[in-house]
Design a protein around this ligand. Sequence first.
Ligand SMILES: Cc1cc2nc3c(=O)[nH]c(=O)nc-3n(C[C@H](O)[C@H](O)[C@H](O)COP(=O)(O)OP(=O)(O)OC[C@H]3O[C@@H](n4cnc5c(N)ncnc54)[C@H](O)[C@@H]3O)c2cc1C
Length: 336
Amino acid sequence: MLLENNKSLIKLNTFAVNCYAENFICIKKEENIKESIEFIKREKKKYFVLGGGSNILLTKNIEGLVLHNKLEGIHIIGEDSDSLTISVRSGLIWNDLVNWTIEKKLWGIENLILIPGTVGAAPIQNIGAYGVEIKDVFENLNAYNIETGEKINFSKKDCQFGYRDSIFKNELKNKFFISDIILKLKKTKNPILTYAPLIKEFEKNKLPVTIENIGKTVCQIRNSKLPDPKKIGNSGSFFKNPVIEKKILDQILKSFPNLKYFQQNEKFKLSAGWLIEQCKWKGKKLNNCGVYDKQALVLVNFGSAKGIEIKELAEKIKMDVKNKFNIDLVEEVQII
Ligand SMILES: Cc1cc2nc3c(=O)[nH]c(=O)nc-3n(C[C@H](O)[C@H](O)[C@H](O)COP(=O)(O)OP(=O)(O)OC[C@H]3O[C@@H](n4cnc5c(N)ncnc54)[C@H](O)[C@@H]3O)c2cc1C
């Protein structure tokens, strides 16, 4: 196990913010998790699990040990006439897994192509895009309790998945190291074309509905709207789309009849991007950071922003949305 000290995390977070880890370990095999847990216990250290750093905003140096996840591998663990069950090591790059499933014509996560980060972080916020969430194909996961070293299996129910949410963002926040996740994918054709812009692209281009075409089309749409973190620092959607009750919707509609919303069961989901745009933040710059000009939900680092500057920008946006619409935006990104 190679222990590094005072390690810069600038290349390990997609906001490209320069913060340091007091201690740093790269987890390449299961044994390294156990060694790290021993180290944490022995040295009475704080700890933080880091995947691809694409859903965090670092506002300060990280005290204690950063466990950087590099566990890799895909194993087939079950098969029947309709489906294949796979166990995936948590440090694998999510997009590599998606490409593997497309190549093997296994249906279920093709709409989630190009989401940055690792497989192990995907259940943390129940990643979702283009009408699909990981919970739709999720079976269970294995995780180490970092304080006790105990390895526990979590069923889908145990994970308490919600919209960009799970138990690992709430009462079990920063308590477990997820080591493997188990997914059940379909061997038979099962396209999910419920998201309007995706349907529109298929109709416009008269594309046959194949798993490859879904992957390609989602990539095209994403590339036209989202900044590439390799070119401009960002963490995707900074805020969640607010979900509100009918009576609050009706109140807002009185003042803003052109409000964008989508019905979700009994509730209504608003477009956080639209709310931010109405507050004139789209494309605006504040010192070294700002709001992306093609998508107001994405905050960007123009090069040398500190995490705290980006946090201040987010707070200003939240305040303006609150003052204009009386809506409290909630961060999707975890602020550290
Ligand atoms: C350009 C861009 C587009 C994006 N688009 C989407 C999208 O469409 N949909 C979506 O849902 N998200 C999206 N995201 C957000 C992000 O990619 C996902 O949330 C992703 O799952 C984060 O993975 P990560 O490995 O980078 O996690 P990190 O940022 O490293 O970590 C996120 C959290 O998970 C914890 N964690 C990470 N790995 C583990 C583990 N093995 N065990 C326990 N805890 C762990 C961390 O401690 C941290 O609290 C986007 C981000 C970017 C930059």
